[in-house]
Design a protein around this ligand. Structure first.
Ligand code: FAD
Length: 362
């Protein structure tokens, strides 16, 4: 088979930040059966393979990128009803995530409603274990079908083998770096009870439902509320040139937390009073800190949202502190400088290094 591989393709157009360089080789993957041949091609050209979904969680450097980039356009759905009352949905990795969520919610299945409105593809959902409003996709993943570019095999990983954690999975470790996700199987509950975890995760969702006088929300009500709130905070695809939250929340040891807390109480009492809770104690004794709160104590705070603080083309979203936005003319280097400034500002005050959620493609 002759593969129609394009050469010297600009990748900025395929990312939501709309920055990034030119890839040596680029291919639209519509058939997983082509993967062995694509691996052989990459080996012949001596370049690594990079998978791109919707480009909504990447910062691609300005390049050139000596890579074979596979734009995931694998399509298809299958449904199996299991004897235990669950329904399994097997979805090709290149399907759009939110179209799949919409379909399950419209059909009354519970499990994905809290993850409404997240941009990107189905295949990328397990990569960082997408989460929002008290839900994480790992809770409903049954298995993940992968192609291993190292061994040339297709195989199916169980949920346990995916090693899901907070914004983490095996796919983000060296052991999973050679895996291409080609399909994901989800187990959803038909006529299921809506996930009410949003109540502790977001007061805005609860407030919206209260305003609508909805006391026992259905999965459809929750999707509607979440899309409403996401739109208010600029977290729907296309509202801004962003990659969503650029930073993860920050997990620290109990000792580091004690230091951070004493700095907050002595120097940032006002922010503490206004923005609590800003930390959560984890079952293993470590503490998750709100990175938005830490930033609020730096010069990168609410009063400066919306300002394009780096070269007039990169800044924080006017509606969300963790979201970095770009304007026409911005480059990936501009974004990288701005990100480094923020990380340094937090480090200087708290001695804590905040981590990026977005994947850097170098
Ligand atoms: C406005 C906005 C809001 C967002 N809100 C949220 C949110 O609430 N919660 C949340 O968790 N995320 C959120 N995100 C981040 C992003 O939407 C998700 O991480 C999404 O899953 C990325 O999908 P994608 O297809 O765009 O992946 P891409 O950005 O294309 O890729 C992301 C990473 O996964 C790898 N990858 C992609 N597909 C595959 C595959 N098939 N096999 C192997 N590796 C693969 C890529 O190489 C890359 O490293 C948001 C982003 C935006 C722009």
């Amino acid at each position: 088979m002759i593969l129609a591989i394009e050469k010297q393709v600009s990748l900025a157009q395929y990312t939501t930040l709309q920055v990034g360089g030119v890839a040596d080789y680029f291919y639209r993957l519509t058939d997983e059966g082509e993967l062995p041949e694509l691996v052989a091609y990459a080996e012949e050209k001596n370049v690594p393979i990079t998978i791109l979904g919707g480009g909504s969680n990447v910062l691609i450097v300005d390049g050139p990128l000596h890579r074979l980039v596979l734009k995931n356009e694998l399509r298809g759905h299958g449904v199996t009803v299991k004897g235990d009352g669950r329904t399994l949905f097997t979805v090709a990795a290149g399907e759009e995530w939110d179209s799949f969520v919409l379909r399950t919610v419209e059909e009354g299945f519970a499990g994905l409603e809290n993850l409404s409105g997240i941009p990107g593809t189905v295949g990328a959902a397990p990569i960082q274990n997408i989460n929002a409003y008290g839900a994480q996709v790992a809770d409903v993943i049954e298995s993940v079908r992968v192609f291993d570019t190292k061994t040339g095999d297709f195989r199916t990983l169980s949920k346990a083998e995916c090693l899901f954690g907070y914004r983490e999975s095996v796919f983000k470790t060296p052991a999973g770096a050679s895996l291409v996700v080609t399909a994901v199987t989800f187990a959803l509950a038909p006529a299921g009870v809506a996930n009410l975890a949003y109540r502790s995760a977001s007061q805005s969702i609860a407030r919206y439902l209260e305003e609508q006088q909805i006391t026992a929300p259905t999965v459809q009500d929750i999707r509607k509320a979440i899309l409403h709130v996401r739109s208010n905070i600029g977290m729907l695809k296309g509202q801004f040139r962003s990659a969503g939250s650029f930073f993860k929340n920050t997990i620290v040891s109990a000792a580091d937390f004690a230091r951070v807390e004493s700095i907050v109480l002595s120097q940032f009492a006002e922010q503490h009073k206004k923005l609590s809770p800003w930390y959560w104690i984890l079952p293993d004794g470590r503490v998750k800190l709100s990175t938005a709160f830490l930033m609020e104590c730096t010069a990168y705070n609410k009063s400066t949202y919306g300002e394009k603080r780096w070269q007039g083309v990169v800044g924080l979203s006017p509606r969300h502190s963790l979201s970095i936005v770009t304007e026409a003319g911005a480059t990936a280097s501009d974004v990288q400088v701005f990100v480094t400034e923020i990380i340094t500002a937090v480090e200087i005050i708290f001695g804590v290094t905040i981590e990026t959620e977005v994947n850097f493609i170098l």
